[in-house]
Design a protein. Sequence first.
Length: 336
Amino acid sequence: MGGPQVRSSDMERHYRSRDYYGASSYYSSGKSIDVTPKKRITDASEVFKSTKMIDEFNPAKMKLPREACDSAQSPHSKGIILQNDGTGSMGRYSLSLIQKQFPKLIESIYATVPWNPHIMCACVGDVAAGDEAPFQATQFETDLRILEQLEKIWLEGYGGGNGSESYILGWYFAAKYCKMDCFNKRGEKGFMFSFGDEGPTPKLTPYELRTVFGDREGLSQRTLSATDCLEMASEKFNCYHIILHGSGYNRYYGMVDDWKNLMGGHACDLSDYDCLPELVCTILKMYEGSSKTEAIQSIEDYHTRRVVTEALCDHEKNVVDEKVKVNDGESELEVF
């Protein structure tokens, strides 16, 4: 497999330099690495130190489009967006995410796919509730720099208590402002996984879009439904939402049904957050030709296999990932 790999030794050095607690036993090899931390980190603010949204992650100020491009070291690039809910109900998950889930997930992705993953991390809040940072996005990266960018995201921690967060802002961003050689040159879709414990914002108004993206040319002048945004993103990405059991999970009746009605089997109810990397990689294996049964059976741990099976209960048994038609090997960035 081409492209840079994320090695356990690299992970160990990254975590040693930051005195993280509990990073030693979450590598896909299953081997524990002897890392003796100086302190136990128990609050996300000790990792995510930003106290406001920085310009390089602000969609109203950042340079766009975000690009996932081929190179000599990465000849078969493909974009992957990992979008996390950064609101208050996700507090404890945000700390776990940076300490163990994202490092394990990134390493597992590299070990799973035969192409070169270019990974972007995004974070959403609640635009309808007036959050100051309803959407943030890193660059696409091919190595551990993605973890260093992730630490600069501002975990605003608010949200409106309205049963939904603005996950669909990520879909709009992916559709409008991500340029990928996999799509433009080869007609291959990227992947977008969002993670959170509340329902999807039902719509985005023109005012909300201007609030998030500023006065960028080509912003929609009409209100977009969640379905509109999903359809836009699905032209370039295979989109999934993984429902986490945060404090918002049991607070809003019908939330899981809302996701299932919107996304069908691409909405995955994950009962154990520790199984997140295995769920994502099981989905990726299906796009590489494995059936759902084959991909799940490749998971060695019984508990993880059961949790992933439940999360994918409504997913189709086989995936046909048809290529998108491109014009002379080059497709223009979509404008809506």
